[in-house]
Design a protein around this ligand. Sequence first.
Ligand SMILES: [Zn+2]
Length: 311
Amino acid sequence: MKRLLSIVLLLIVLFSVLPSAVQAAPVNPGLSLSITPREVIPAQAGFVFIGGPYPLDISATLGDAPLAVFWSGEGYIAPFVFGFDEPPGDHTLTVDVLDRATGEHTTLSDTIRVLPFNYPEEYVALNLRLTPLLDYDLNVAEENRLDEISAPRTPLNGWGWPFVVPAPGRVVTSRFGGHRSYNSGVWRAYHTGVDFRMGIGEPVFSTADGIVAAAEFMDVRGNVVEIDHGFGVYSQYAHMSELLVVPGQPVAQGDVVGLTGALGRTNGPHLHFEIIVNGQPVDPLRWLRLDPNFVPPREVRPEEGEDAPTS
Ligand SMILES: [Zn+2]
């Protein structure tokens, strides 16, 4: 029950919705489908909840794509997210439920709406020594490796809500989602995380409990740690000088996973931090602001005259 309460609390804060805004659509007694939130912007996560008599065999699709469904301890949960370039429009969620006890088969459906939203355009000037890291094939290869790391869908790993800031007290030098053009269009990409200003060799803390999915060097991200928190949710820590965990290792929230650095495609030392849901990066600050100790990081914009290391 405590876990359910914490998840509900999480959702209320995460998506800034009132409990009354959570849509519940009972189809038959004891079977319910709810979606929070029902309207999202591109690259914003939402959750589908299915409640009913147990045990149930459940499969779900969103549009034409299968959606992974997990047992939460109190019901079933399915995170969903659309990509950065998803156009506005409605998507049909279909949930097939088989009650093993009665043999009853039920299909539930609802609609999830993607709202129009444009992430801001950003122009990034990289040091000339870094231009080889704008190579198309190199970037695609790294993205493929990242997709591979975050592909497994595992049960809850005891995430320890709320997620906490991996770099407490640090200023944000670049927020999530900027649609970047590097060195006059040599490479274009969305900023898939949030950047915190750091020195070199400072500790980086795990945002939540989980299992280390990867700890390795990548060309663009330098030394990277990725942690599987379960339910298709991963966190990622990049540009580190040192890796202090190994794949398969359980970590607790607040454990030091590595030391900051300036390796990879970056003009200077900083921490690049990502939250990834179903393989799609989402805005980490939406998750971090659940922490009662969270202080919204001060943002530094390049036009303020301070350098903003970016990648
Ligand atoms: Zn970054």
